[in-house]
Design a protein around this ligand. Structure first.
Ligand SMILES: [Zn+2]
Length: 370
């Protein structure tokens, strides 16, 4: 069964403008292109074309989500605000973090299409048309909360797709495994009180948002969240231990009927917005584990949604490794940065990293016992 790839050229036209300067210090910041741009994502598609791996994928065009689908997870006020800003001839700033997450003219049309890619991916996987699906979209979605834009995200693509899966396909339990280097705060906030959806996020500790993503401790009310914050400079060994001791056991325990992976590539060793050490082999390994878990638990039903990743030279090779795993094939592509990103530091677990892993494991024990 082929893997679906959702792609729409117009999503690459989402215009984020120039990069923000530090708040209040714009007079000393020479304008620079925004880091959330089409560069890395378009190069992913280009490499798939160049390598021929695209022939192993079923490339599909997304349909936009409706107002009704958006308000299953966002408020009417949030949608109205996006609509209002989007209809301004010069666009408008977002509702918070306005300098980082501007709403371009006509932006809502593209936000609908990005979320629609996630919904279509879920439709394909749950209807059995495709075993797995990947939505190669922008803008990303995993920071968007019920009522606010955040971190380059406007609508929570994954959350809208999860609600769609439940309401239209009758799916009960869904697990998110967010591997972006930033905390998947959006799904956590949206589904905080919903035990039918387990949100797992592995991310850099107190990075972005700086105030969320902590491990759940005894007494916390949100026991259906599982956060795995890790210290900066975590690499292969730490991520593999986190998967083996926390993420995979959590999935086995929860027994989801669908796994949604907000897939960011900003935990790589070259990313300007992350401080982790992952390389393409690590993304290959993580995809293999997630695909195997999906095969064991939910008939292979796995949907991956493109999130962050701000090193346009490297992201295509990280993503290509993911697609090779999804398609069960090896191509002639070799990652020219793999050797440079194979650091001895990535292969060991330092005592403070083990402490983080132990805390995350304790939080899983709490979740299972709760
Ligand atoms: Zn990110």
């Amino acid at each position: 069964m082929t893997v679906a790839l959702y792609w729409h050229e117009k999503l690459m036209w989402h215009d984020t403008g120039v990069l923000f300067g530090p708040e209040g210090q714009h007079q000393w910041f020479e304008p620079y292109p925004h880091l959330e741009s089409s560069a890395g994502k378009r190069r992913v598609k280009n490499l798939l074309d160049a390598s021929g791996l695209i022939e192993s994928l079923q490339v599909k065009r997304p349909k936009p989500v409706s107002d009704e689908q958006i308000v299953t997870v966002h408020t009417e006020a949030h949608l109205a605000r996006l609509d209002e800003l989007s209809s301004l001839s010069r666009g408008g700033e977002g509702t918070v973090n306005s300098t980082t997450t501007p709403v371009p003219p006509g932006g809502l049309e593209l936000f609908r299409l990005a979320a629609g890619s996630a919904v279509c991916s879920v439709n394909d996987v749950l209807s059995g048309q495709n075993e797995q699906a990947y939505a190669l979209v922008r803008p990303p979605g995993h920071h968007a909360e019920t009522e606010r834009v955040m971190g380059f995200c406007y609508l929570n693509n994954g959350a809208i797709a999860a609600r769609h899966a439940q309401q239209v396909h009758g799916i009960e339990r869904i697990a998110f495994v967010d591997i972006d280097v930033h905390h998947g705060n959006g799904a956590e906030e949206i589904f905080r009180h919903d035990p039918s959806i387990l949100t797992i996020s592995i991310h850099q500790d107190r990075h972005f948002p700086p105030t969320t993503g902590h491990v759940v401790k005894a007494g916390d009310e949100d026991k259906n969240n599982l956060n795995i914050p890790l210290p900066p400079a975590s690499g292969t060994a730490v991520y593999q231990a986190a998967f083996d001791t926390v993420i995979l056991p959590a999935l086995q325990s929860f027994q989801p009927q669908l796994i949604i992976v907000p897939c960011g590539f900003d935990a790589s060793g070259h990313d300007p917005l992350g401080r982790m050490l992952l390389n393409s082999d690590d993304f290959r390994w993580m995809t293999r584990q997630l695909k195997k878990a999906a095969a064991d638990i939910c008939d292979g039903k796995l949907v991956m949604l493109h999130e962050g990743g701000y090193a346009p030279h490297l992201v295509p090779f990280l993503a290509h490794a993911v697609f090779e795993e999804l398609c069960d094939c090896q191509s002639a592509v070799s990652d020219p940065f793999l050797k440079a990103l194979t650091s001895p530091w990535a292969g060991i677990i330092l005592p403070h990293q083990q402490e983080y892993l132990d805390n995350a494991r304790a939080s899983l024990d709490l979740l299972v016992s709760g």
